[in-house]
Design a protein around this ligand. Structure first.
Ligand code: SF4
Length: 362
C-alpha cells in the first residue's frame, strides 16, 4: 500500500466562478471574480515531470484548488490526468456543477480514478437559488459510479440556519449521510477569526447536530497558535500551478521556481516555527503530519462517511493513502538540526525585513 511522501498544495491562480457564496474567503481579497483564466507557463506533461515521484521521493497527496471554481480553470483536467499518471493521489476541490469537464475526467481509466477524490463543496444556498441541487447530487453519484471518491463538505453560515432540516433531509436522501462541515473564516481579520455573528457556544450547539468529525477536528485546532516544529517546506509545499513558484506553506519564506529547471533537485527546507496565527487548514496539514505525531486523527477517516447502505464515500485504496502520515516515509530531524534551522530561518527573516525597509526608504 502506498504511503504519503509529500503533501502538495497546488494553487490554480484564476478568478472565474459560477457561484457567489456570501462566506467565500476569496471575496476578502481584491482580485476575486475578475473572470481571469490562469496563464500557464508550463505544459501538463512538463508539470508532471517536475512532480515526478523520483523528484519528490515517492507518491504525493495533491490538493488542487483554484481561486474560483476549479473545474472552470482552463485545461485543469489535463494537468490532473498527467499527475495521476505519475502515480500521485489527488484531492480536487470543486462545487461539482460543471458537468462536461467532470464527465471527461470520469471517462479515464479506473486505475487512475481510484487515486482521485472530489472534495465536493456543498454550497446549499447557491445550489438552491440556481436550481442546481439535483445536478450536484447527480454528479456526486457519477463520481462514485466511475470508481473515484467523493466527499461532501458544507461551509456553515448564519444564513443557512433556517434550512438545516432541509439540508439534512436532502443529504440523507442523496449522499446516504450528513455532510461534513468546514469552518467559515474571516481572512480579513488579523487573527483569521470565525465568520459568524453567533456567540461561539450557540454556533457549536447549532452546527454540532451534523456530528462531523471533520468539523470537530477543525474546531479543536482553530485559533490555537502552533508552537511545535513544523516540517512544511520539506515534507509539504505550496505551489502555484501557473508559474511553478513554491513555498513552505501559505507564506513563502524561501520562494523557488520548481518548474523552471526540472533537472535541478527541489530545495526542501522546513519552516520550523509556524508564521500563521493558527493552522486553519490543519484538518489536512496536521492530520497528514506536517507536525509529526501531532494527532491520532487520520485525514481519510475525517473525510469519509459510511452511508446508510454500508458503502463509503471514499474508495478503500485512496482512504488508506489518506490515512497514512508523512512521518512514516520521512526522516525526522535531530534536535540540533531543528535548532539550526530555526536560527537560519530567523536570520533570514531579519535580513528580509531590513532589505524591505531599505527598499521602502528608497
Ligand atoms: S503549522 Fe500549519 S499553517 Fe503553520 S506552517 Fe505548519 S502547516 Fe503551515
Amino acid at each position: 500500500m502506498d504511503k504519503i511522501k509529500r503533501l502538495i498544495l497546488l494553487a490554480v491562480p484564476m478568478s472565474v466562478c459560477n457561484f457567489r457564496c456570501n462566506y467565500c474567503y476569496l471575496t476578502h481579497r481584491g482580485e476575486c471574480y475578475q473572470g481571469k483564466q490562469p496563464k500557464y507557463k508550463y505544459s501538463p506533461v512538463h508539470v508532471a515531470k517536475a512532480f515526478s515521484q523520483r523528484r519528490l521521493g515517492g507518491p504525493a497527496f495533491f490538493n488542487i484548488c483554484a481561486d474560483g471554481e476549479t473545474l472552470l480553470a482552463k485545461d485543469i483536467d489535463k494537468y490532473v490526468y498527467e499527475l495521476l499518471k505519475e502515480g500521485h493521489y489527488i484531492e480536487f476541490v470543486s462545487n461539482l456543477t460543471i458537468t462536461p469537464v467532470l464527465k471527461r475526467m470520469l471517462a479515464w481509466d479506473k486505475g487512475l480514478l481510484k487515486h482521485l477524490s472530489f472534495k465536493c463543496s456543498f454550497h446549499f444556498l447557491q445550489l438552491k437559488e440556481k436550481k442546481l441541487l439535483q445536478i450536484f447530487a447527480d454528479n456526486v453519484h457519477k463520481v462514485w459510479e466511475a470508481g473515484a471518491s467523493a466527499n461532501i463538505e458544507m461551509t456553515p453560515c448564519d444564513e443557512m440556519i433556517p434550512y438545516i432540516d432541509e439540508i439534512k433531509k436532502f443529504s440523507m436522501c442523496h449522499f446516504g449521510a450528513l455532510p461534513h462541515l468546514s469552518i467559515a473564516r474571516n481572512d480579513g481579520t488579523a487573527g483569521i477569526e470565525y465568520l459568524t455573528q453567533l456567540p461561539i457556544d450557540e454556533y457549536d450547539r447549532i452546527w454540532g447536530q451534523f456530528d462531523s468529525n471533520f468539523w470537530k477536528f477543525k474546531k479543536a485546532i482553530f485559533k490555537e497558535k502552533r508552537t511545535e516544529f513544523c516540517y512544511a517546506g520539506d515534507w509539504a509545499l505550496q505551489v502555484d500551478l501557473a508559474s511553478g513558484f513554491a513555498g513552505e506553506c501559505y507564506r513563502h519564506r524561501f520562494s523557488q521556481n520548481i518548474f523552471k529547471n526540472i533537472e535541478r533537485p527541489i530545495r526542501f527546507r522546513a519552516v520550523g516555527l509556524c508564521p500563521e496565527p493558527h493552522c486553519y487548514n490543519g484538518h489536512a496539514l496536521l492530520t497528514l503530519g506536517c507536525i509529526p505525531n501531532f494527532t491520532n486523527v487520520k485525514y481519510g477517516d475525517i473525510r469519509n462517511r459510511v452511508k446508510e447502505d454500508g458503502s463509503e464515500w471514499l474508495q478503500s485504496e485512496l482512504k488508506s493513502f489518506f490515512n497514512s502520515t508523512l512521518v512514516e516515509s520521512n526522516r525526522e530531524y535531530s534536535e540540533k538540526e531543528k535548532q539550526i534551522i530555526k536560527i537560519k530561518n530567523s536570520v533570514f527573516d531579519v535580513m528580509k525585513l531590513s532589505v524591505k525597509k531599505v527598499t521602502r526608504r528608497k
